[in-house]
Design a protein around this ligand. Structure first.
Ligand code: PLP
Length: 292
């Protein structure tokens, strides 16, 4: 078992020999899209949803994917097997490839530039992570990103700076606050509050990533008879919430127990958040969970 095997372009290679051109448009312009899918019990979680979103992101930036959905799926499954990953994530990135000249405009079709495909796996605990079970502190930061946040683009500088601001304040995640004082989403997550038993999260649109975990969690919440209100909520509502949490493929459901230094509820993960986290884990394990 080794994480030293990665996928590059059309095959598996040792990490040490996986190199990409300095003219790759992903490197020069962040001209590419990506996906992160969880691995749980050695299986990919919600693979189809991730590959569908990859196709949508690629379409939105007019990037022709060089592999079919089935081929991507088979590659990621083989990556999990080859690396022996049982819990953690796979990362898949496709860029518009390497062009000889640095030019913002797309390479001409006649240039036959092939998109660059990279995939690797990483191992870390998700189900028993301290963040997921004990909860985390979060901070709010101004929304400074571009307007097409529904595209899972590798241009992540806004997220990088937000997460760094969180870490410098001893927090695990940052929620972006838009100009109208509403929360958009987290640096690498979708954001939620619970108030008087109602689960509130921003509706889908250009201003947030259409989270795969979000889709599952809302489905679970509705199936349990919870009242779900898909609307934008303000920073004041965040501070006054009974529970706060965020979701992401590589973290599942994570309780936030303090926001900008202000304690949420009694400072421990709330009952609705804990129930949703447990139900999500059960749902993604599927029938296999009955065996443990
Ligand atoms: C900005 C942003 N929003 C939301 C999410 C959550 O999406 P998903 O649940 O599909 O991981 C992510 C995941 O990385 C993200 O980067």
């Amino acid at each position: 078992m080794t994480e030293e095997v990665v996928f590059l372009d059309d095959g598996f290679v040792p990490l040490a020999s996986a190199t990409v051109s300095i003219f790759d448009r992903g490197f020069l312009f962040a001209d590419g899209v990506y996906e992160v899918a969880a691995v749980l019990d050695g299986e990919l979680v919600d693979l189809d949803a991730h590959l569908l979103r990859l196709e949508r992101s690629a379409k939105e930036i007019a990037l022709g994917l060089p592999m079919s959905r089935d081929a991507f799926g088979a590659t990621l499954r083989e990556l999990v097997t080859r690396t022996g990953t049982t819990e953690g994530m796979v990362y898949l990135q496709v860029t518009r490839g390497a062009t000889p000249a640095r030019d913002f405009a797309f390479p001409a079709p006649s240039a036959n530039v092939r998109p660059t495909v990279v995939a690797f796996a990483q191992t870390f605990p998700i189900v028993r992570s301290a963040k997921g079970t004990k909860g985390v502190a979060i901070v709010t930061v101004p929304e400074v990103r571009w307007k097409r946040r529904d595209i899972k683009s590798v241009a992540l500088l806004g997220q990088v700076l937000a997460r760094q601001a969180a870490v410098e304040k001893g927090a695990a995640e940052a929620f972006f606050v838009d100009e109208d004082d509403t929360i958009t989403e987290g640096a690498a997550s979708n954001a939620y509050i619970v108030k008087d038993g109602v689960l509130v999260t921003r509706p889908l649109g250009w201003d947030i990533l259409h989270g795969t975990t979000r889709a599952r969690v809302l489905e679970i919440a509705r199936a349990r008879g919870m009242c779900v209100d898909e609307r934008a909520f303000t920073r004041d509502e965040l501070a006054a919430a009974d529970e706060v949490f965020y979701t992401g493929a590589a973290a599942f459901v994570v309780p936030a127990v303090a926001v900008d230094g202000h304690v949420i509820g009694d400072g421990a993960p709330g009952p609705i958040t804990r129930a949703l986290r447990e139900a999500y884990i059960h749902a993604v394990r599927g029938p296999r969970s009955e065996l443990r």
